[in-house]
Design a protein around this ligand. Structure first.
Ligand code: SF4
Ligand code: SF4
Length: 94
């Protein structure tokens, strides 16, 4: 994963059009069959080269809904995010 949307997502849709690489799908297309939006880790670039911080998290109105996750298949990632932030799934935006 790269960033992850957790189960506090309210399906408001604010994030999906902000993603520069179309990594986000809505609850109808969630491959895990969960009723929340979903980030494809093999597409998410953590907004490197696009924005100063992940645009989905900036747009999200739900506190703590979008968190850091392991780099995994992400084609690009932020070097300033620590392993602790990733393993503890800390919010992207505090
Ligand atoms: S961090 Fe950026 S690239 Fe990744 S899902 Fe969010 S908006 Fe898309
Ligand atoms: S902006 Fe946040 S609450 Fe709204 S759909 Fe995206 S992840 Fe869910």
């Amino acid at each position: 994963m790269a960033v992850i949307i957790n189960d506090t997502c309210i399906n408001c849709g604010a994030c999906i059009d902000e993603c520069p690489v179309e990594a986000i799908v809505d609850e109808d297309d969630n491959p895990q069959d969960e009723e929340v939006y979903y980030v494809y880790s093999d597409k998410c670039v953590e907004c490197v080269g696009h924005h100063d911080e992940p645009a989905c998290a900036t747009a999200c109105p739900t506190e703590g809904c979008i968190t850091w996750d392991a780099i995994g298949e992400s084609p690009s990632h932020r070097d300033d995010v620590t392993d602790d932030q990733r393993s503890n799934k800390e919010p992207v935006v505090e």
